[in-house]
Design a protein around this ligand. Structure first.
Ligand code: NDP
Ligand code: 2IT
Length: 451
């Protein structure tokens, strides 16, 4: 490996012990930048890599709140303001019991590159809390969100840092967070959060954007490889949240057959094709479990997850596998099963869902691989479109936002493809995505001096 790259990687590992997800994300990006680093001698004296791996600012804070039994609960909140090189800090908030500094930093780091690929003026950030929304009443979620925002408000703003949703944070949470922000600030700063409901400044098609965008990227990747299409392909999608549901919707619109979806407990396998309206009812309205699907489709099969390294959804034969739940959910064991079953393509809807060894194995076996920071960039890109509508005090139609999203995803695919070709790794869209994004970031770094 290039000596400069290797030394930055070693220093980053030494400086950030006990942060495996963060080191995984940094290693994946840095190793793929080798040909770009080798071609530029000024990166090392200007400490480009040392600066890109160190967040501009990290905030952690106490989030005390009172549950329905009157008991005081205390959670830990985070915001990692990673990079403001090309725009205000931008990235989602995750509420999940697994949230810790390593996960926040890996997500923030990935977000810098994803946002640069979008071609829009947004920097990189991530935040969240180890709060578990599961099983909490609406009132508990509201009190928690109000307490979270009572600290977060001082660090964000429409031109400073613009949070949005992620795991455990959807329209309900964004609504409570926005209400509290507005109350504290005594002003209507619509562009301070994205993923808002349409009734008070949200964008049409933001809810659908990540899942739709993933399928637009998949469409372009298939087209570029022997002019293939989604029509008639079998698809399996892990997760059943925001990203998974709308990836399913768009895949079905393109004539694919989605046969499986999952949650953290297990997966539903419906050979007749997933009944999406029922899945939306269970997940978006009832906040239930995928297992509830059996109540109307007795012939579908439910497979419980016993070992996360061998999740049942990846044992199902499929042409296209879309991991849309969480990090490291697709292991080497699962990748081997997908390949043995003849998988054609894997598209990452979640952030870093495929383990490093699994990516390597898929690529070695000629599986087309759509990397998260490119393939799931439709969500944050549409957030940027929401911000611009808020600034203009204007709304675009659903069709207009969707057409912009489609163009953005098509361009992102082209950037990945071209960068991979230029740097001698044609067809490796993961390396292409990192290289194309890094080139955007490096230009801005050089222009702005040592900051
Ligand atoms: P949701 O909260 O809407 O859904 C998350 C889904 O993933 C649920 O089905 C959940 O199951 C499952 N899941 C979460 N954690 C785990 C786990 N540890 N093990 C197994 N399953 C799990 O989140 P989103 O759909 O918004 O996010 C999904 C992924 O997409 C995340 O990686 C997120 O970072 C990424 N992403 C989201 C974007 C967005 O706009 N929302 C944009 C780009 C990426 P259960 O109910 O059992 O927890
Ligand atoms: O990971 C992601 O890109 C998101 N959760 C969406 C971020 C955003 O600001 O819309």
């Amino acid at each position: 490996m290039n000596r400069y790259l290797e030394s930055v990687l070693e220093k980053t590992k030494a400086k950030n012990p006990n942060e495996p997800e963060f080191i995984q994300a940094v290693t994946e990006v840095l190793t793929s930048l080798e040909p770009v680093i080798a071609a530029h001698d000024d990166y090392e004296p200007l400490a480009f890599l040392e600066r890109i791996v160190e967040p501009e600012r990290m905030i952690t804070f106490r989030v005390p709140w009172v549950d329905d039994k009157g008991q005081v609960q205390v959670n830990r909140g985070y915001r990692v303001q990673y990079s403001s090189l090309i725009g205000p800090y931008k990235g989602g908030l995750r509420f999940h019991p697994s949230v810790n500094q390593s996960i926040m930093k890996f997500l923030g780091f990935e977000q810098i590159f994803k946002n640069a690929l979008s071609g829009l003026p947004i920097g990189g950030a991530k935040g969240g809390c180890d709060f578990d929304p599961k099983g909490k009443s609406d009132n508990e979620v509201m009190r928690f969100c109000q307490s979270f925002m009572t600290e977060l408000y001082r660090h964000i703003g429409p031109d400073v840092d613009v949070p949005a949703g992620d795991i455990g944070v959807g329209a309900r949470e964004i609504g409570y967070l926005f209400g509290q922000y507005k109350r504290i600030r005594n002003g209507y700063e619509g562009g301070v959060l994205t993923g808002k409901a349409i009734s008070y400044g949200g964008s049409l098609a933001r809810k659908e954007a990540t899942g739709y965008g993933l399928i637009y990227y998949m469409r372009e990747m298939l087209k570029a490889n022997n002019n293939q299409t989604l029509k008639g392909k079998t698809v399996t999608i892990s997760g059943s949240g925001n990203v998974a549901l709308y990836a399913c919707e768009k895949a079905q619109q393109y004539g694919a057959k989605v046969v499986a979806m999952s949650d953290s407990n297990g997966c539903i396998y419906d050979k007749n094709g997933i009944d999406l309206e029922l899945m939306k009812q269970i997940k978006e309205v009832e906040r239930g479990r995928v297992k509830d699907y059996l109540r109307e489709h007795k012939n579908a099969e439910y497979m419980e997850t016993v070992d996360r390294d061998d999740a049942p959804i990846w044992t199902i034969p499929t042409d296209i596998a879309l991991p849309c739940a969480t990090q490291n959910e697709l292991s080497l064991t699962s990748a081997t099963k997908l390949v043995n079953n003849g998988v054609l393509a894997v598209g990452e809807g979640a952030n870093m869902p495929t383990e490093a060894e699994a990516i390597e194995y898929l690529q070695k076996n000629d599986v087309l691989f759509a990397p998260a920071k490119a393939a799931n960039a439709g969500g944050v890109s549409t957030s940027a479109i929401e911000m611009s509508q808020n600034s203009m005090r204007y709304y675009y139609s659903f069709e207009e936002v969707d057409a912009r999203l489609d163009r953005i995803m098509t361009n992102i695919f082209k950037s990945c493809e071209e960068a991979a070709e230029k740097y001698d790794c044609a067809g490796n869209y993961a390396a292409g995505a990192n290289i194309a994004a890094f080139r955007v970031i490096a230009k801005a770094m050089r222009a702005q001096g040592i900051v």
